[in-house]
Design a protein around this ligand. Sequence first.
Ligand code: NAD
Ligand code: ZN
Ligand code: ZN
Length: 336
Amino acid sequence: MKAAVVHSFSEPLRIEDVPKPTPGEGEIVIKIEASGLCHTDIHAAHGDWPIKPKLPFIPGHEGVGIVESVGKGVTRVKEGDRVAIPWLGYACGHCKYCVSGWETLCQSQKQTGYILDGAYAEYAKAYADYVGIVPKGVDPFDAAPLTCAGVTTYKAVKMSGARPSSLVAVFGIGGLGHLAMQYAKVAGASVVAVDLVDEKLDLAKQLGADFVINGRKQDAVAEIQKLGGADAAISVAVSPKAFEQAYQCLHPGGTVVFVALPADNYVQIPIFETVLNAIRIQGSIVGTRVDLQEVFDIHASGLTKVMYEKRNLDDVNQCFHEVESAQAKARLVFEI
Ligand code: NAD
Ligand code: ZN
Ligand code: ZN
């Protein structure tokens, strides 16, 4: 089967013919229809983070397709079902995190497209218990970005405490950000969208942002403080500077949610102001299977719009460049 493979952190991906996977016990093999490009795939391919994937590997954790074969003991899904392969490819199921609704913190977890081979391929193998079940009313090309960008930002908005009277600032209107702002709207909040690219802000306006700020042309912190300061700020921009601005735009008692994972791993945040203003600094990592099911249900009921453009897997390296240089319109999704 055809797949895009990372062999080195400093070389482009290679399109190759690799053996088609076969399902072991508890596993399924999925014929991929749509496979989203998350910025995480770029970090993975570059080895940007403190923990590196083991080379070679196939990236991709927004894979949607049809179950082609099931291994021994699989009862949750059957051949012909449409499923989604998320970042959380496996968790142990019995540790204190797994049994308390925090499977995303399981210390025995395996991440798709990082530790496990992912969905930049014609077929992918997955643990049946950890795939998302795509409802009938959700298009596979919408389902793909929802499987990471959607569930991650839905969870981040939950963690932000956003509610109808809130002002929520979203830094970075990319694949994640364009959905983050929609979940904040669904929660009833007003939204300030911040990006460095005008086209991204046009998209934010189209999706219902109440205020937009181009951080290259305006002082985002001063503009948000003029609005009274944000109750919550979510950083989905791949830049430590955006995290610092997200922190600074809060009013006392506000919450900043760290979501993006730039290669440059550190921010400078003052202790004194954090203490006196009782600021909450909250990290947020993807979402659980329940969060993903809620994301699909919200989409099926027409409350969110996924903005994507289809691409060919052969063009994976150009697509990485498009996303890194912020030229992509929200999400790119490979049509497999
Ligand atoms: P993306 O490239 O689609 O979007 C990033 C956006 O940020 C772009 O629109 C870009 O123009 C904007 N931006 C860059 N610098 C900015 C700045 N200083 N101020 C405002 N906007 C700025 O990326 P994505 O796929 O949305 O992913 C975003 C990040 O989230 C990545 O680091 C990714 O690894 C991470 N991520 C985290 C989780 C998690 O669970 N925490 C899950 C998925 C992705
Ligand atoms: Zn992702
Ligand atoms: Zn566990």
